[in-house]
Ligand binder design. Structure first.
Ligand code: ATP
Ligand code: MG
Length: 307
């Protein structure tokens, strides 16, 4: 709609998790490296958590895309509100395996044989489960059992669980302590700082072909205050601001214009509820113990919160 008015070749602030737009901040780089390492080093369980709209799905897609030229098979479960049988059937189908019969034991046997075959071909097999905060307890337990598919030295199946802070809460529950003990790597996304918000908007505009800032510095400060650094909300505010600027035929987005948009969208500048889990400690991913890579959750969360 406004692209030609602002001399852009594409829409800069789409809300889909398009990995081509991934802007690398230190925590993004860290989380991406954590995901890539967890998968390629066959660590078994890797977890990615972060507040709503902070880029988890975008990051997962980017991590999988980075293995493009390597031997990897992936199954991507984007809606895990499934019964156990449906889940297994979905995973098999996404790996390209036609289930011979729809029983749990039958599908597990078939998966195991297929994984061994892939392992011999030096291929890494990954199941990525997005929105994993929605997993039922029963399915979580089944997923844990999937990591029992292993050779004497290596996991045959890598599992990435990604979800909102509720997933962290869920994984703290005593009933899933066996699974928790198996988490080898824990990666996190987080909201952007004010400076990062400025740089993020500039980068998305640049990728869409902009040759000038379009937003004033004050407008960007306000975008940060209303979005609290959450990329999805930043996109929403920027998109609406550009539409309004286009409708009013102004070439620059001012703070006043953003103020009007934020009030239309009923956004508040007061911090909304971001659980302490999401921003726990430094808010950074637990990626970086002395060896450079974090170990697991180590059975409890205290050390992590204190870090
Ligand atoms: N580092 C980043 N660089 C560029 N765009 C980003 C980044 N992080 C998030 N975004 C953008 O923010 C929006 C929300 O990202 P995404 O859907 O990946 O978040 P999410 O954490 O998976 O959200 P949810 O918790 O609702 O599943 C998308 O438009 C995405 O492109
Ligand atoms: Mg998501």
């Amino acid at each position: 709609m406004y692209n030609s008015f602002f001399k852009l070749h594409s829409s800069p602030f789409g809300t889909s998790p398009d990995p081509r737009f991934l802007y690398m901040m230190p925590h993004t780089r860290e989380a991406l490296a954590c995901l890539e390492y967890g998968i390629s080093a066959r660590k078994g369980f890797t977890v990615l958590t972060g507040e709503v709209g902070t880029g988890k799905t975008t990051l997962l897609k980017r991590a999988l895309a980075s293995f493009n030229n390597r031997r990897i098979s992936t199954a991507f479960v984007f809606n895990p509100r499934l019964e156990v049988l449906d889940f297994l059937e979905f995973v098999l189908a996404d790996f390209g395996i036609q289930p011979a019969n729809r029983t749990k034991s039958g599908m597990l046997l078939q998966l195991n044989r297929w994984l061994i075959e892939r392992f011999r071909m030096e291929e890494t097999c990954v199941v990525v489960i997005d929105e994993a905060q929605n997993l039922s307890w029963e399915l979580l337990e089944e997923i844990r059992l999937l990591t029992n598919l292993e050779t004497s030295s290596e996991k045959l199946l890598q599992i990435v669980l990604s979800g909102q802070p509720e997933l962290e809460e869920k994984l703290r529950h005593p009933s899933v302590r066996q699974l928790r003990q198996r988490i080898a790597l824990w990666c996190r996304t987080q909201p952007l700082t004010e400076n990062q918000t400025h740089a993020y908007v500039a980068e998305r505009l640049r990728l869409a072909g902009a040759t000038r800032p379009i937003f004033t510095g004050d407008a960007l400060n306000l975008i940060y205050r209303y979005s609290h650094g959450i990329p999805r909300v930043i996109n929403l505010l920027c998109e609406h601001s550009l539409i309004v600027a286009y409708v009013e035929q102004v070439q620059e987005v001012s703070a006043e214009l953003v103020e009007g948009v934020a009030s239309e969208l009923e956004l508040e500048t007061q911090p909304f509820l971001i659980s302490p889990v999401a921003i726990g400690g430094s808010g950074r991913g637990n990626f970086g113990e002395t060896s450079g890579l974090m170990t697991a959750f180590e059975g409890d969360t205290k050390g992590r919160q204190d870090r």
